[in-house]
Design a protein around this ligand. Sequence first.
Ligand code: HDE
Length: 703
Amino acid sequence: MSQHDPINEQSKNQDMEPFRHEAGEYLTTNKGVKVSDTDNSLKAGTRGPTLLEDFHLHEKLAHFDRERIPERVVHARGAGAHGYFQPYESLAEYTKAKIFQDPSVRTPVFVRFSTVAGFRGSADTVRDVRGFAVKFYTEEGNWDIVGNNIPVFFIQDGIKFPDLIHAIKPEPHNEMPQASTAHDNFWDFISLVPESMHMIMWILSDRTIPRSFRMMQGFGVHTFRFVNAQGKGRFVKFHWKPLLGVHSLVFDEAQKLGGKDPDYHRRDLTEAIEMGDYPEYELGVQIVEEEDEFKFDFDLLDPTKLIPEELVPVRPIGKMVLNRNPQNVFAETEQVAFAPSNVVPGIDFSNDPMLQARLISYTDTQMHRLGSPNLNQLPINRPVCPVHNNQRDGVMPMNIETSRQNYYPNSLSGGCPMMSPESAGGYVHYMQRVEGRVVRERSNSFSDHFSQATLFWNSLSEVEKEHLIAAAQFELGKVYTKHVKEEMLKHLNYVDHDLAKRVAAGLGLPAPSVEAIPNHGRSSAALSMMNTDKSSIKSRRIAVLAADGVNGNEVMAIKQALMNAGAYAKIVAPHGGMIETMQGEELPVEMTFLTGASVMFDAVYVPGGDQSVEVLKHNGDAIHFIDEAFKHCKAIAASSEGVELLAASNIKGVNFTHNGSVGTEMGVITSHSGNPNQFAQAFIDAIKQHRYWMRSTKEMVPA
Ligand code: HDE
């Protein structure tokens, strides 16, 4: 029997000083014996042999020797957060799931974001799919949506999953490359599995290099079922939309971040929650009536297809807020066990063959990874509702089961734990009609592999297309086998002829000479990241480049304006400690050119102050900072003498000589003596744009 309440645990945790031991605590062995010395092992003489009777040494090392558990075979690297979900209104018409009935009820959740291919210690910003797994601790049991930030998947049948993952992971003979699909095995596999082409288009797009976990979408991918109290079922797809909009990094920036700050995404998540900038996502659903199952030109059961939002709009049904960091990454983020088979009454499965395979794989892998069928007794996995059953013993049960009757039926315990009829909340599987022959075959309705890949391509803006082409050239450029590249060009030609030609040009290979399939010309606005929300700069990071002699008034004015808009400005300087302003005050330095880099920021500001600007103009790191921020298309601002630093940089195509007014060319905001409020507002508006992509089409800046 077990019961816990993450909400109460949360308030309990908040009362405690986090990450500290209680005052007056003694170090003890695991059996509670107080330890007198943990730095010296027990020896026969100070230079003599260590004694077997040192039980403290023995226990300390033996425990340490067993600290690691197998990492997840995929999604090994992840970051987690606690929060809650709250529906906007009752969804009783569609589902009887209790969490969707009452808009005043908040359900606790734990979310884990992850990359797929990399080992647990790999970098956050690699080009990869991101996992987006949510555990709802509902009053009726745990429900998990184990999704990704891409709405489709590589394969149509789960039986191909081990092959896919073997091809993705580092090659077995040399364990390279780490956390990257840019190698022969992966593209060899893909070139032989055309059903993957839709997913491949997403993989090559900027979706796989998100700016933040807080700025990416999540998708349940498969078609699931909602079932209402009357037993009526409807198909449903789940979508998470981040309230901050969907934004990405630049690939060069993502690669550099992999070295400068491999923890970039987990740091961003943790810091945002610490600062009270709680990540928020709206849950939306696409609902399809059962009688409409066959009205689409694709199969709802095919996980390589999405339902275009133009055909079935996404209806927002509630909001998730992440407001608490884990206190122990191993106990929470590492031990959490998500499974698509964790459903509650009102949520059911479809016959998507990949979903069906996932229903067994997750619990199976978790028994191996966590080492015990008692994994749901771990605090992070424990349901908030009572658990009673006759499952017993196994490795490391955490509860002492006191009931003498561990079987059903029994009379000695009055028949308890008893069965629950559907009317009392018992889970009853949806009574779908099933008929057919036993076959190992794919349905014909799964055979169109290219229409939606083309739909995705057609929906991208020109800049997004350029990024996708560059990504394809990078990935295939790292492939050494010529025929694999040629096969991939053929596949790209099935998606779009222009795409194949442009990728081929970069690879230095002949493009397929004729169009393989005429482009159908359809597009869907929801698929382009360019159409995302750009209304706020909340939680954005801005670097203020300064040295001794900086104009402190200008620094403070911009800092204040950015703070009022919800963003954070950090002073980056040639040395640590304090810098002295031209007004004679001291300002704390938050990062130096050694510990900070432009890739860690969303925008850059250079304040005036003759002496400060003179120092920075002769500092290669400061010039590189500006050049790189420009290359990565970020908003850059400079006031008074600060403009001289921009003029000394390699920025091209921007006029710095205008007088009086505020210049706003290509996201570079300059003011010699313009109105400070107007200047600050112009900078904020520029940061809202996220990136000035047109710069990447201009003459390149070396950085
Ligand atoms: Fe997973 N997947 N997967 N997957 N998956 C795992 O479960 C698997 C698939 C996803 O943060 C594993 O506990 C199969 C699609 C996420 O803990 C494993 C198939 C989607 C996570 C597994 C798929 C996902 C996993 C590895 C094809 C998006 C991380 C460790 C049939 C809808 C969850 C573990 C976390 C993890 C199997 C395909 C998402 C091995 C067999 C499609 C977010 O069980």
